[in-house]
Design a protein around this ligand. Structure first.
Ligand SMILES: C[S@@+](CC[C@H](N)C(=O)[O-])C[C@H]1O[C@@H](n2cnc3c(N)ncnc32)[C@H](O)[C@@H]1O
Length: 427
């Protein structure tokens, strides 16, 4: 069989799924890409059996006249039958540490951690469009629903750092303390369970600022209680970090929670200090923007303004701001109905958030909505980050994502602590 002929995994999977149109969403591509990304380190073993099975299926489809054995499939994989590395952010060579990327979205954590020399060994994200963006940038397809035991069973045993920007949910706290069992049925429970089973050296959790006051402070208190007392991690007081303090022109405050396994003997942790880099919207502005796609008519701008005034009188925030080139954008978010005050409350206009003045184009004021690339830059994503999805999905994905520079500055401190523990242990 000629294994030198490369097969596009994306194309062939598309065809296979079409034939088996009734097949439910499966994790075959996730298994295969995770295997390929780890086949030179010890982590491939977690994916190997299933990766070979899927490769057999693909080869059987490609060469129906041949009998494909497991050995042939494995050989095909070794020969590099699929290329999943022609992407802007391929896996880190000679990594300094290993991490897993949960609730991965489009990989904001992953970019930051790869920049710091980390290798991702497992990722999960269930949104189809977010997976598309993730794959186009990292060459790896995330596994799906992390609440499922089947998905959890793929998580490797030995990694240094667990990252998760998990959605915030209420706990129905039965006892006073708010312990592990009280969080059952929430996504935090799944995060806690993975920490409990795998005992990574450290974790880095991210959430909306509102987590602090959620349910009268009980949600955060429960989370901290579980992490500190049930899981026995050193967890310093969580910190609210503003993206604009780390070099992007966006006022985005998020709560960061880090923790270290007790045997690392880490008893102090300081979150990063704001940098003095001054940034403004002009620094991320795209100069050549197609007039018909992004500029708004004078009439439409007026409708938005009227609408906003009506909502303001009812005490609601409203989903757009008109900002000038030398100011800073509000937190970008799409479809965050009621998630936080002052964010987007009306789905119809979410992607006009925020807008900017550019004199003399299309409408009198030159007001347009921001482009997906500008949203990417507001979150600190580099310009070689691929945006393969339609604008509506792109806004949602960047709005849901993290501010990469703020994550990186914090993760850098976490990693330095882990690495210094590793060095001491080796001595
Ligand atoms: C706040 S976003 C995190 C975004 C991510 N940190 C990034 O940089 O893009 C939360 C993500 O969790 C995903 N999600 C929610 N429930 C999930 C589940 N049960 N399994 C896997 N992913 C899930 C959502 O689709 C969403 O993309």
């Amino acid at each position: 069989m000629d294994f030198t002929k490369k097969i596009s995994l994306e194309k062939i999977s598309g065809k296979l799924y079409k034939i088996k149109s009734k097949e439910p969403e499966n994790n075959k591509e996730a298994v295969l890409t995770h295997y390929l990304h780890n086949h030179l380190n010890g982590y491939a073993k977690y994916y190997k059996t299933d990766a070979i099975e899927y490769t057999k299926e693909i080869l059987q489809y490609k060469y129906p006249e041949k009998i494909i054995t497991s050995a042939a499939a494995e050989e095909a994989l070794q020969y590099g039958l699929f290329d999943t590395f022609e992407v802007p952010f391929p896996p880190t060579k000679n990594p300094k540490f290993k991490f897993i990327d949960l609730f991965a979205g489009i990989g904001g954590f992953r970019i930051a951690l790869q920049n710091l020399g980390g290798k991702c060994v497992f990722t999960s994200e269930w949104d189809k469009e977010a997976k598309r963006t993730y794959r186009a940038n990292f060459g790896e397809v995330p596994f799906g629903d992390i609440t499922k035991e089947e998905i959890k069973s793929y998580i490797p045993d030995d990694f240094d750092l667990l990252c998760a920007g998990f959605p915030c949910q209420s706990f129905s706290i039965a006892g006073k303390r708010g312990g592990f069992d009280d969080t059952r049925g929430t996504l935090f429970f799944d995060v806690a369970e993975i920490i409990k089973r795998k005992k990574p050296k450290a974790f880095f959790l991210e959430n909306v600022k509102g987590l602090r006051s959620h349910n009268g402070g009980r949600t955060l208190a429960t989370i901290l209680n579980v992490l500190r007392n049930d899981l026995d991690y050193f967890v310093p007081e969580p910190q609210i970090i503003n993206a604009r303090d780390f070099g992007v022109p966006q006022n985005r405050e998020r709560i960061y929670i880090v923790g270290f396994r007790k045997d690392l003997n880490i008893t102090e942790f300081e979150y990063p200090k704001p940098t003095n880099i001054k940034v403004k919207f002009a620094d991320v502005k795209e100069e050549k923007v197609p007039p018909t796609k992004y500029y708004l008519s004078t009439q439409y701008v007026q409708t938005l303004i009227n609408h906003k005034e009506r909502h303001a009188s009812k005490g609601n925030g409203f989903g757009f701001e008109i900002i000038s080139d030398d100011s800073v954008a509000n937190a970008i978010v799409v479809g965050g109905m009621g998630r936080e005050r002052n964010l987007v409350l009306d789905h119809r206009i979410t992607d006009f958030t925020p807008t900017t003045h550019i004199k003399g184009v299309v409408n009198r004021e030159g007001i347009r909505k921001m482009t997906p690339r500008e949203w990417a830059r507001l979150q600190g994503f580099p310009d070689n980050f691929n945006i393969p999805v339609a604008d509506a999905s792109a806004y949602k994905q960047f709005g849901n994502s993290v501010a990469v520079p703020a994550i990186q500055a914090t993760a850098n401190i976490v990693i330095m602590k882990i690495l210094s523990y590793d060095t001491k242990k080796r001595k």
